[in-house]
Design a protein around this ligand. Structure first.
Ligand code: 5GP
Ligand code: ZN
Length: 117
């Protein structure tokens, strides 16, 4: 998609700090990290959000998950743990409408259950 930031990163027309790439999936450092490790994993195919993928994309999204696990391991997070986040739509704060996982780790993350913090 011509005006999509992450498509441009996937094509290489906008630079990124890549940590993984194969035919279908790309991962790179978030430009504004929210944790000591903050990586983004994208399918190279343009899928706007979690709301937009079809059955034909199931294998591709599986590939993004498989890559995310490997990337987290290579970032040293396998034992300490990490969070895999997808923002979908306005209330989530999604700002880039090309599907992506955030991998967050490298410190104790705020618990999603406030009573456990
Ligand atoms: P969202 O809120 O859409 O789930 O997250 C988009 C993420 O993309 C944000 O964490 C933001 O910091 C990151 N981001 C935005 N523009 C760029 C960019 O040009 N390069 C990289 N590497 N990350 C970006
Ligand atoms: Zn795109």
């Amino acid at each position: 998609m011509s005006d999509c930031l992450f498509c441009k990163i996937a094509e290489g027309t906008i630079p990124s700090r890549k940590v993984f790439e194969d035919e279908h999936v790309l991962a790179f450092h978030d430009i504004q990290p929210q944790a000591p490790v903050h990586l983004l994993v994208i399918p190279k195919k343009h899928i706007a959000s979690m709301n937009e993928w079809g059955a034909e994309d199931a294998e591709l999204l599986g590939r993004t998950l498989f890559a995310a696990r490997q990337i987290a391991k290579e970032a040293g997070l396998e034992e300490s743990g990490y969070r895999l986040v997808n923002n979908c739509g306005r209330d989530s704060g999604q700002i880039v409408f090309h599907f992506h996982w955030h991998i967050l780790g490298g410190e104790k993350l705020a618990n999603l259950n406030p009573s456990s913090n």
